[in-house]
Design a protein around this ligand. Structure first.
Ligand code: SAM
Ligand code: DTB
Ligand code: SF4
Length: 324
């Protein structure tokens, strides 16, 4: 693919990104869609299936997260799921049409030992099923990243979550610098980087733009960028936050697409609050991946029959169908 120096940039300023984000909506969506059609297959939306393989009891204090042990949240904790069970669920996800299988663990960081070895087996098993494999396990070092690469891991998800300034309002138990180190280890091992964040936590547009600026400074850009809207869970410090407006979601997706035209932009948590039409608008604005399946990690996702109807609506239609 030809890279246009003007369009694939690593030197965006926060001001420039804010200006992109704040322009008239139709201009913004139009430009995002133009870039989407140049750099991405125009009719493909990836289905990624998500599974929590170790749930709750996490020592970190991420203010949005129901799995943090710091808060009183009504979720069931569970230890690492047996590999056979994970692979059974992966096979089921593949049969339902998933392209990628993502496994999340409520760990602060990866520790060498039996549990990490089991994770490596899960990755091998998922790849053997012909699925892309992604994991999100918290912080890790280069040798651990290398072992994941050798097991066949496609991508590692580790989010920046928000801009550098707002970050300390959300998480105190690890720094932005720690996150960047993990991302460097992933890149050093040659694993695809899946890195994005969350909107709707009380941050400003400037904080969102600052996060995109850090992401775009990676060369190459992250291969995938999940954009989550906060799922406010009772018991967490952000449990009372109001849902964001769907146009706010669309603006963030479009801005992400413009700033990183080659990335896969994933319309992630919070999608179940969007109508079918708002989701299609996000796709016009550059989203080309979703989480597909009844649950995210601990909270409900968009329902599968509704997603099947959404995907059916995206297909080309025959003349008989058009007559309806
Ligand atoms: N423990 C690992 C970590 O933090 O890197 C992996 C799992 S963690 C749950 C993965 C990501 O899920 C977080 O970085 C955050 O972006 C997202 N997330 C968690 N809770 C969320 C919520 N309530 N709403 C939206 N996104 C959320
Ligand atoms: C990401 O950016 N979003 C996913 C995935 N990466 C691991 C997680 C969303 C979690 C939403 C809250 C929950 O279900 O616990
Ligand atoms: Fe733990 Fe990850 Fe949740 Fe933070 S986001 S509390 S590290 S599971």
């Amino acid at each position: 693919m030809l890279e246009s120096a003007q369009e694939i940039r690593h030197d965006w300023t926060v001001d420039e990104i804010v200006a992109v984000h704040d322009q008239p909506l139709l201009e913004l969506i139009g430009e995002a869609n133009r870039l989407h059609r140049v750099y991405q297959p125009p009719n493909y939306v990836q289905k990624a299936s998500l599974l929590s393989v170790k749930t709750g009891g996490c020592p970190e204090d991420c203010a949005y997260c129901p799995q943090s042990a710091h808060y009183e949240v009504n979720i069931e904790r569970s230890p690492l799921m047996p590999t056979e069970k994970v692979l059974e669920l992966a096979a089921r996800a593949r049969a339902a049409g998933a392209d990628r299988f993502c496994m999340g663990a409520a760990w602060r960081q990866v520790r060498d030992g039996a549990e990490f070895d089991a994770l490596l087996d899960m990755v091998r098993g998922v790849r053997a099923l012909g699925l892309e494999a992604c994991v999100t396990l918290g912080m890790l070092n280069e040798s651990q990243a290398q072992r994941l690469k050798e097991a066949g891991l496609t991508a590692y998800n580790h989010n920046l979550d928000t801009g550098p300034e707002y970050y300390s309002k959300i998480i105190s138990t690890r720094t932005y610098e720690d996150r960047l180190k993990t991302l460097q280890a992933i890149r050093a091992a040659g694993i695809e980087m899946c890195c994005g964040g969350i909107i709707g936590m009380g941050e400003s547009v400037r904080d969102r733009a600052a996060m995109l600026q850090v992401l775009a400074s990676f060369d190459p850009h992250p291969e995938s960028v999940p954009i989550n809207a906060l799922v406010a869970v009772a018991g967490t410090p952000l449990g009372e936050r109001e849902k964001i407006d769907s146009v706010v979601f669309v603006r963030m997706i479009a801005t992400t697409r413009i700033v990183m035209p080659q990335a896969r932009v994933r319309l992630s948590a919070g999608r179940s609050n969007l109508s079918r039409e708002a989701q299609i608008l996000c796709m016009i604005a550059g989203a080309n991946s979703i989480f597909y399946g009844e649950t995210l990690l601990t909270t409900p996702n968009a329902r599968m029959p509704e997603d099947d109807a959404l995907f059916a609506a995206l297909e080309a239609i025959s003349s008989e169908a058009r007559a309806q």
